[in-house]
Design a protein around this ligand. Structure first.
Ligand code: 2AM
Ligand code: CA
Ligand code: CA
Ligand code: CA
Length: 266
């Protein structure tokens, strides 16, 4: 039996310490490298913060497993036991260019079930978190269950990358969606956008290319407020696999899926 309160206390302590490190890094010269393409960046700070969490987790919970974006954790191929899924900086391009609009994202899973989720907005000092079965919180205030929104009143998080020619989706499908909704927003941090759906600032978020560390924490949070997170076919996500991700208020999820995303919906 795990002591969730004990884990929660440590996570909060480490998030604060990580925040201090990130803020201090703004007055240093940051080393930036590209990863898969020129829009995919990593810095020495991403690596340092990941290493910081790994060291603390290993020290306090030696039998827990850790998957981190920068690969400093373990190679994980099964969900047995306790698994921490860590994105030290989600929104690295924003971190580098804007020094805002990035998050620390930590999902804690037990035998494949999301138990705790933390998304921390370092700059605003705002914590989104959820405890499986108990609810989700914004700065420790309970987040109300999501109510529905009509498509014409909806604000949808979507990167314009997916509305121009691309290899993942027919751009015509998404351009119809862009025309029908009230507004589109693109923040450049998947964790932030999922947290925004959970708190009703966005009604839905669609993206074609996420990894487990981008959505692990968000999934725990969104499900606690009655939101739905699937791939763009409406299939459940597998926690260790890369996938397109579609997260939304409940009935809007069905509407967008049937009217815009499914095969033959045009
Ligand atoms: P990251 O900043 O941790 O890499 C940007 O639109 C969002 O998508 C960010 O949350 C970013 O996470 C994530 N993302 C996932 N894979 C990406 C990739 N290959 N290139 C750029 N961003 C990626
Ligand atoms: Ca990255
Ligand atoms: Ca990420
Ligand atoms: Ca990252």
């Amino acid at each position: 039996m795990n002591n969730w309160d004990e884990i929660d206390t440590y996570v909060r302590e480490w998030l604060e310490e990580a925040r201090e490190k990130i803020l201090a890094s703004f007055s240093t010269s940051i080393e930036i490298e590209t990863k898969s393409d020129r829009n995919d960046l990593v810095t020495n700070i991403d690596k340092e913060i990941e290493q910081f969490f790994i060291q603390h987790i290993k020290n306090k919970f030696p039998d827990h497993h850790i998957l981190g974006e920068e690969g400093l954790g373990e190679k994980i191929d099964c969900t047995n036991g306790m698994l921490w899924i860590v994105d030290p900086i989600d929104g690295t391009v924003n971190f580098v260019h804007q020094q805002r609009n990035f998050m620390i994202s930590i999902g804690i899973y037990e035998n494949g079930v999301g138990k705790l989720g933390y998304i921390y907005d370092v700059i605003h000092k705002e914590l989104y978190h959820a405890v499986h079965g108990e609810g989700a919180y914004f700065n420790d205030v309970p987040i109300p269950k999501l109510t529905d929104a009509a498509i014409e009143n909806a604000i949808v998080g979507l990167n314009p990358t997916w509305v121009v020619e691309n290899r993942k989706i027919d751009p015509k499908k998404l351009s119809k969606l862009v025309k029908d909704v009230r507004a589109i927003r693109c923040y450049g941090s998947a964790a932030l956008e999922i947290a925004y759906v959970a708190t009703g600032r966005l009604d839905a978020y669609i993206t074609m290319r996420l990894s487990p560390w981008d959505f692990a924490a968000g999934k725990v949070i969104i499900e606690e407020v009655g939101g739905i997170m699937t791939d763009i076919k409406g299939e459940p996500l597998k926690i260790l696999e890369n996938s397109p991700v579609f997260v939304s208020k409940p009935s809007l999820h069905e509407t967008i899926l049937n009217k815009y995303l499914k095969e033959g919906s045009l």
